[in-house]
Design a protein around this ligand. Structure first.
Ligand code: C2E
Ligand code: MG
Ligand code: MG
Ligand code: MG
Length: 283
């Protein structure tokens, strides 16, 4: 397994109010050590063209192999990482490891040739003055084509960093990297900002598919989001496709790609390789 080592200093925010300061401090310390000890690793969730059920890319998702507690999911440590600033070195490790892994697959698995990897980036990474240089350096070190990389950000990146972020995103996109708005619809849900930002893809949060069949309003929102995206020339990805019913809804909306447990849960490296190798060779 790949290891994670950081040579940088961590930014610690002092004076945070927490429900149990001692527990939080303990978790912070062990997360910092976890990063240094290389306990972080990635899983990959297939992203598919819903019509063909063909894998077009993978989203990389970070996990923590905790020595006592076993594998921890982001829900158990991302908040701490965000609050302590550890998300910055962790996020750059995730980006580099994702690029390195996809490049390796492209070179060794014919079916992986045209895949992209979609990587979550924190707003704190976007706020770093050298964000563009870091991305460029990672592409150079891993030799991954920028066209094979998608970067996911939440709406908060667009809202919080407002003016300078437009230039940064445009520069990232000029490299050939595609940009996605993740969990779309859960944040400020302001459709008005979308045309101002140079993004390629909307990932519609899975909460819109939950009960969409019985919840008329949710379906209406979903429909108008897809229509809006079309009008703006954006690609739409539906998250959280869990059942054949969800899939039928996504297809009815003419949303072209998606991901979810119906196709596959996030997979470790070995399982992901097996899935790729079992696919028909890309034409
Ligand atoms: P996300 O980026 O929206 O990723 C999708 C999450 O939904 C993943 O959870 C995935 O396992 C889960 N999921 C996928 N398909 C389904 C489905 O059909 N049903 C349900 N119920 N869930 C599904 P995970 O891996 O626990 O990640 C949670 C969140 O943690 C991610 O949400 C992302 O916001 C964050 N995260 C994960 N890795 C990173 C990272 O490397 N950097 C940063 N900044 N955030 C990350
Ligand atoms: Mg994501
Ligand atoms: Mg998402
Ligand atoms: Mg989500």
């Amino acid at each position: 397994e790949a290891k994670c080592h950081f040579g940088e200093r961590y930014r610690i925010f002092a004076g945070e109010l927490t429900t149990s300061p001692e527990d939080t401090l303990h978790l912070e310390m062990s997360l910092k050590q976890a990063i240094e000890k290389g306990e972080m690793y990635l899983e990959y969730q297939p992203m598919v063209l819903v019509r063909m059920q063909e894998i077009i890319g993978v989203e990389s998702l970070v996990r923590w192999q905790h020595p006592e507690q076993g594998s921890l999911s982001p829900g158990q440590f991302i908040n701490i990482a965000e609050r302590t600033g550890l998300i910055i070195p962790l996020g750059w490790w995730v980006l580099e490891e994702s690029c390195r892994q996809l490049k390796e697959w492209q070179e060794t698995i014919p079916q992986a040739q045209n895949l992209f990897v979609s990587v979550n980036m924190s707003s704190q990474q976007f706020a770093q003055p050298d964000v563009l240089d870091r991305i460029k350096a990672i592409l150079q070190r891993t030799r991954l084509s920028p066209q094979s990389l998608k970067i996911e950000m939440t709406e908060s990146v667009l809202i919080n960093n407002s003016e300078s972020i437009i230039e940064i995103l445009a520069a990232i996109r000029d490299l050939g990297i595609r940009l996605s708005v993740d969990d779309f619809g859960t944040g400020y849900s302001s459709l008005s900002y979308l045309h101002r930002f140079p993004v390629d893809t909307l990932k519609i949060d899975r909460s819109f598919l939950e009960n969409a069949d019985s919840d008329y309003e949710k379906l209406e929102i979903l429909q108008s989001v897809v229509r809006l995206a079309w009008n703006l020339g954006l690609e739409v990805v539906a998250e959280g496709i869990e059942t054949p019913k969800h899939l039928a809804q996504v297809q009815a909306l003419r949303c072209e790609s998606g991901q979810g447990f119906l196709f596959s849960r996030p997979l470790n490296k070995t399982a992901m390789e097996a899935i790729l190798q079992s696919q028909a060779t890309a034409s």
